[in-house]
Structure formats: structure tokens, C-alpha cells
Write a protein that binds this ligand. Structure first.
Ligand code: GAP
Length: 469
């Protein structure tokens, strides 16, 4: 993690937030390469799940919603984590996280009851990570929603909340979507956007932050006639998520599909699978898949007084659809993809030697579609005629690809720089190029070089950069 965090800062992927003022704990800003990487993830997701499916539509809903939304959704009452305070040093922790960390190999059954949680902490001698005391207060439920006020007066009447999930924007628009898109069940609504949670223990770089982005789908299905009718859709979405993870370059052996038992699931869920990944700091949730039943539509219908039922055009039956919800964290996708891509490789002594005789390269082996920069154009020397030929190639390629132009330092060092940010192709313009109208194209992973005619370069790159999902 330390190496990755340092690379992110050094090369402009991710910076600490508000850094010139000493930072703001656990806030992060995406730099020029980070934003390209993140956008590639979001764009591919949107293309795959909205544009390329006939059963999906997209939305972009407000961050601040009517407070009644959060009453109906149960977030005001239930969206909380157990906060436990060390009576000696007054540091606060999530009781369930302390127990979960201890439970490896110990199999502690984590209870939702605060008194039981306290007993378990004492029984298993789980001490304060800060001061080492074993003196816990009774855990209290702490609501994770960020509260603010509409207008100049800070009163309870004006209190509003930043959304803790993008999902509710889609539920409250269900009727609008039915009326305008003429979709028939089953169909889904997708949204990418920010969510906010006042996490008790944020941390591990961009893994757990208080402001983060989600890519969520609410997939509406017919109300199950038989108990397990929803399972087929649930299984289909689990397969879609598996395929996505494979295409993101995540190795299957680091992934775990964990069924969340009764009592530990979110208040709205009848079944949840957490897709967990072996992060360097432990096995943690990457994505989630939940069967939300008709919980949300039913509560919004009751609270708003609006009829949110679906009219089946074939049977003329009116009913509330049920919902399967696959959900992806954007930041966690970035983190997992970067961890998988990070490689340190020994180079054969003759290969691409730099002046400092570095025989190791750091290379981000992103799947090519994901790489923030696709092509680097490197004139062999800064000599006038080479630079101008290389700039000509660059001007043409930027119409199709995200490119970088770099003419400083030795070619070996420039290759290393591009390896470190995961650029799949380096195009070198050399003196021969002026004669044979061809360039050398170097592959990031194999370091093999091809001589390609400039007139055929775009076609060559398109062929090699297009990923057949
Ligand atoms: N609508 C369902 C929902 O919000 P969730 O499991 O609470 O479910 C979905 O969140 C995903 O959002 C998680 O799997 C994770 O990828 C991401 N996520 C949740 N909390 C996060 C946080 N504090 N920081 C970064 N990502 C987070």
C-alpha cells in the first residue's frame, strides 16, 4: 500500500485532499491520471450496463433530497454503526470492526446487541488500539448521515441530509421512469454519483472515505409468485459482477462471495452477498449485491401517498415490483485495479538500460482499456526535425486516444516513466522515421518492439487497444 500511495502522489493519480492546509483526514483528490482512470471505469460501466442493454435506463438524481425520503427508506432510524468509546483515552471505534478483526480464526459471532458487543470485547480481551486499555463504554448506535440545513436558518424544520446511497433517487423516480420510458418488467435504473457517510473509522487510503462514488443499479422484477422466483435475477447479476471484475483485471483467486447472515444485513435486505477482495490490509468488501424485496417502493408508496404500483399490460394486474440491487464502489474499483496492476519486475541487464543502470521496473499492467494514457509519443532526440515529426504524429493520434508527448531525458527513462503509469504503447520517432515514414511501437508488457508505417499506426493501435468484452 505504501508503495502504491507514494506512486499515486508522485505521478498524479491521487493527492491528499486540502494538502496545502495540512490536509483533511481521509479526503483525497484525483489528479490528471487518476481522473482518467476513474472515468474509464465509469464510462465502461455505463456503456456496458446502460447503453448496451435494452432493459436499462440511466439517471442522475439530486444529492440532497426531501427528508421524508430518508424517513421512508429507514435510513433516519436504521442507518447507523455501533460506536464504542475507550473510557481511558476516549478514542472511538466501530465495535463490529474490532470484533470482526479479532474473529479471524476465532469465529466470534458478532451480535447487533450493544450489551453483547461490549461483553464480547471484554471476553476476547480486545484492547484499545490506541492506548491498550481494556475499558470500553457501552456501544451506541451512531447515524452515518451528514446533516445540513436548507436556507439561512439552522432549525430542525430545515434539516436535510446528504444522500448516503444513490439508490433512493432511483426509487423515488420509479413512477417517472415508468411513465416516460415505457419499460416493461424486468428492467433496471442505473446511476453513478457521489454518496456521503460520516464513517466512524475511515481509512486505508481511498478504501473507506466519507465522500465516495457509487455505481448502482436498481433492477425491478415481477413480485415473486413463488418464494424463490427472485433468485434467478440475483444469480444473473452475480455473474455480471463476476465478469466485470474479470475485465477490470481482478484475479478470481483474490475474490470471495460472502453471504451475509441474518442480523448483519442492511435493514432493507432479505439476502446480501458481499463481494470481498484480498486487500493488503485484509479481506474487505469491494462490491455488494442485495435483494431489497419491495421494501423501498412499499415504504415510499405509504409515505408519499402516490401509487407506485406497476400495471402488467398482459394480465392487468397491479403490483409493487421487487428489486435486485448490484452496487459497485468507484474508489474501491480504482484501488483494487491499481493493486492488481502494480508489478515490480527485474529487467535482463541488457534490456532498455538507463544511464543509472536501473535493472528493475515498476509497471502498472492495467487491462489496456483501463490505462489512463493509451499512447506515449517519444522522439528519440530533441533535434528539431525529430521533434516536429513526432509532434505531427502526436497531433494526429490525440484525435483518437489519450496520449502523452515526452521528449526529455533518455529513451530508457522515458519508457520507465510510461511503464509506471501503465501506458500500453510507446511510439518512438527516430532518425530512420524521417526516411522510411515508420515508427517503433513498444508494448508495455512484453517490451517487444514493432516497426509500423505511420500511415498504418492508428489502425495498429486501434486493433491492439480494443478489448473484446
Ligand atoms: N445502495 C446499497 C449500498 O449503498 P453499501 O454496501 O452500503 O450498499 C455499496 O455500499 C458500495 O459502496 C460498497 O460495496 C463499496 O464499494 C462502496 N462504499 C460504501 N461505503 C464506502 C465508503 N465509506 N468509502 C468508499 N466506498 C464505499
Amino acid at each position: 500500500m505504501d508503495k502504491l500511495i507514494s506512486l499515486c502522489k508522485r505521478r498524479g493519480f491521487i493527492f491528499p485532499g486540502s494538502e496545502i492546509y495540512g490536509g483533511l483526514a481521509n479526503s483525497w483528490d484525483y489528479g490528471p491520471l487518476g481522473v482518467e482512470l476513474k472515468n474509464n471505469i465509469k464510462q465502461e460501466w455505463w456503456k456496458r450496463f446502460v447503453h448496451q442493454r435494452t432493459d436499462m435506463v440511466g439517471m442522475d438524481t439530486a444529492l440532497i433530497m426531501n427528508t421524508k425520503v430518508w424517513e421512508a427508506s429507514g435510513h433516519l432510524q436504521n442507518f447507523s454503526d455501533p460506536l464504542v468509546e475507550c473510557k481511558k483515552c476516549h478514542r472511538r471505534f466501530r465495535a463490529d470492526h474490532l470484533l470482526a478483526e479479532e474473529s479471524f480464526g476465532n469465529a466470534i459471532i458478532i451480535s447487533a446487541d450493544p450489551d453483547k458487543q461490549k461483553d464480547l470485547l471484554i471476553e476476547h480481551k480486545i484492547k484499545c488500539e490506541d492506548c491498550g486499555a481494556l475499558d470500553w463504554d457501552r456501544p451506541k448506535q451512531f447515524n452515518l448521515m451528514f446533516k445540513t440545513f436548507i436556507g439561512p436558518v439552522e432549525s430542525e424544520d430545515n434539516a436535510v441530509y446528504l444522500r448516503p446511497e444513490t439508490a433512493q433517487g432511483m426509487f423515488v423516480n420509479f413512477k417517472n421512469i415508468l411513465d416516460t420510458s415505457r419499460k416493461r418488467l424486468p428492467f433496471g435504473i442505473a446511476q453513478i454519483g457521489k454518496a456521503f457517510r460520516n464513517e466512524i473509522t475511515p481509512g486505508n487510503f481511498i478504501f473507506r472515505t466519507r465522500e465516495f462514488e457509487q455505481m448502482e443499479i436498481e433492477y425491478f422484477i415481477p413480485a415473486p409468485k413463488k418464494d424463490k422466483d427472485w433468485e434467478k435475477y440475483f444469480d444473473e447479476w452475480r455473474e455480471e459482477m463476476k465478469k466485470w471484475l474479470n475485465d477490470l483485471g481482478i484475479s478470481a483467486k483474490k475474490l470471495h462471495y460472502e453471504n451475509i447472515p441474518d442480523g448483519e444485513r442492511a435493514h432493507y435486505s432479505k439476502r446480501t452477498i458481499d463481494i470481498e477482495y484480498d486487500f493488503p490490509f485484509g479481506k474487505k468488501e469491494l462490491y455488494g449485491l442485495a435483494y431489497r424485496t419491495d421494501f423501498d417502493l412499499k415504504n415510499h408508496m405509504e409515505k408519499s401517498g402516490q401509487d407506485l404500483r406497476y400495471l402488467d399490460p398482459e394480465t392487468n394486474e397491479k403490483f409493487l415490483p421487487h428489486v435486485i440491487e448490484p452496487t459497485w464502489g468507484v474508489g474501491r474499483s480504482v484501488l483494487a485495479a491499481m493493486l492488481e496492476a502494480y508489478h515490480e519486475e527485474d529487467l535482463p541487464s541488457s534490456a532498455e538500460a538507463t544511464e543509472d543502470k536501473t535493472d528493475m521496473r515498476v509497471v502498472l499492467k492495467f487491462p489496456k482499456w483501463l490505462a489512463p494514457v493509451k499512447v506515449a509519443i517519444l522522439p528519440l532526440s530533441k533535434k528539431e526535425n525529430l521533434s516536429s515529426k513526432a509532434k505531427e504524429v502526436y497531433q494526429d493520434l490525440i484525435k483518437d486516444f489519450v496520449c502523452e508527448y515526452d521528449e526529455t531525458q533518455s529513451i530508457g527513462k522515458r519508457y520507465r516513466r510510461q511503464d509506471e503509469i501503465g501506458t500500453p504503447y510507446c511510439v518512438t520517432v527516430d532518425f530512420e522515421s524521417l526516411e522510411d515514414k515508420a515508427v517503433t511501437v513498444r508494448d508495455r508488457d512484453t517490451m517487444k518492439q514493432d516497426r509500423v508505417k505511420i500511415s498504418e499506426l492508428k489502425e495498429y493501435l486501434h486493433k491492439n487497444l480494443t478489448f473484446n468484452f
